[in-house]
Design a binder for this molecule. Structure first.
Ligand code: PEP
Ligand code: MG
Length: 313
């Protein structure tokens, strides 16, 4: 066994031999950002809370104020703001979207901008304003990313809309298999990727993410899912750009070592999951993480993958 370091309740994510894997926070409100967490930044700021259950869009001031508050809570750190992930399955009356038979496969996430481009533009304007307002005091620039990006063309169009507003760090969530398969092409347009394993599992295994009966198919240890993560991470390493994981899977300590071994550069999760993941990384060298990744990829199924990695030592 290699040298083991004692886990700490805070501090950056590192393997036992010092390879960095950023430990980031998933948040869904300004209050989440202001609670102490020991995270290195925000890997996923779900902006839906600004819009849910409303009859009219939030004002420019309201939006810019919320983004500025989160940026101020993490001075100098990376804060990734995700643009609105609306869909016809979410109650957003002000969007006036017609109901759909198959909302998960319909006009959701970035696709809403096809019908209502002004909603995305208003959000990007507010993020740019928050960046300008806080830039001098925090020394940082927000990162901005779109949900449900499916093609490199969509990535390019989102990037263009963000960059004309002075936003310099633009990325996409990888939640659709097509986006994972073309991760290299997406990264020609973008500065980073963030893998949303919740939706990526749903769309890769054709299984509703809420469907309890299909839990085995939705298991993030599924080797086919890990292969898509590997593909994204390899594209990131080749391009020299960050590729993180921000789905629930990032909070599984043993799976975190697999992700690190695949080349993922950050893991984003809820505050309560951070210590165990930090601990698991600190107990494995990068080589051990790579070995875990190989074992998981080669396994016949999720249970076998978990068992193979857990059984190593
Ligand atoms: C995901 O799909 O993995 C994700 C992080 O986004 P959400 O859970 O908000 O759909
Ligand atoms: Mg998602």
């Amino acid at each position: 066994a290699g040298r083991e370091r004692l886990a700490t309740a805070s501090g950056p994510g590192r393997t036992s031999d010092g390879h960095p894997v950023k430990l980031m926070l998933n948040i869904g409100s300004v209050a989440d950002a202001q609670a102490a967490s020991g995270a290195e930044g925000v890997g996923l700021f779900r902006s839906e809370f600004l819009y849910l259950g409303r009859r009219s869009a939030p004002t420019h001031e309201e939006q810019a104020g919320a983004y500025a508050a989160v940026l101020r809570a993490f001075p100098g750190a990376t804060v990734v703001i995700r643009t609105l992930d609306a869909g016809t399955d979410k109650p957003l009356p002000f969007l006036g979207l017609p109901s759909e038979l198959n909302p998960a496969l319909g006009v959701r996430g970035l696709r809403v901008a096809r019908r209502r481009p002004e909603v995305l533009d208003a959000q990007l304007d507010a993020i740019a304003e928050a960046a300008a307002e806080t830039g001098a005091e925090t020394g940082g620039q927000p990162w901005v990313m779109a949900p449900m990006v499916t093609t490199a063309e969509e990535a390019a169009s989102f990037a263009q809309r963000a960059r004309v507003r002075g936003l310099t760090c633009v990325g996409a969530m990888v939640e659709v298999p097509a986006a994972a398969l073309h991760a290299d092409r997406l990264l020609r347009e973008l500065d980073f990727l963030s893998i949303g394993t919740n939706d990526l599992s749903q769309y890769t295994f054709a299984s509703d993410r809420q469907h309890g009966e299909l839990a085995d198919l939705l298991d993030p240890w599924q080797p086919a899912l890990l292969e898509l993560v590997a593909r994204c991470a390899e594209a990131g390493l080749a391009a020299g750009k960050p590729v993180g994981v921000c789905g629930e899977a990032a909070a599984d300590p043993l799976l975190a070592t697999v992700f690190a071994g695949l080349g993922v550069t950050s893991l984003s999760m809820s505050a309560r999951s951070l210590p165990a993941v930090r601990d698991a990384l600190a107990r494995h060298s990068l080589d051990q993480c790579r070995q875990n990744a190989e074992l998981a990829l080669a396994a016949t199924g999720p249970a076998a993958a978990r068992q193979a990695v857990a059984g190593v030592r």
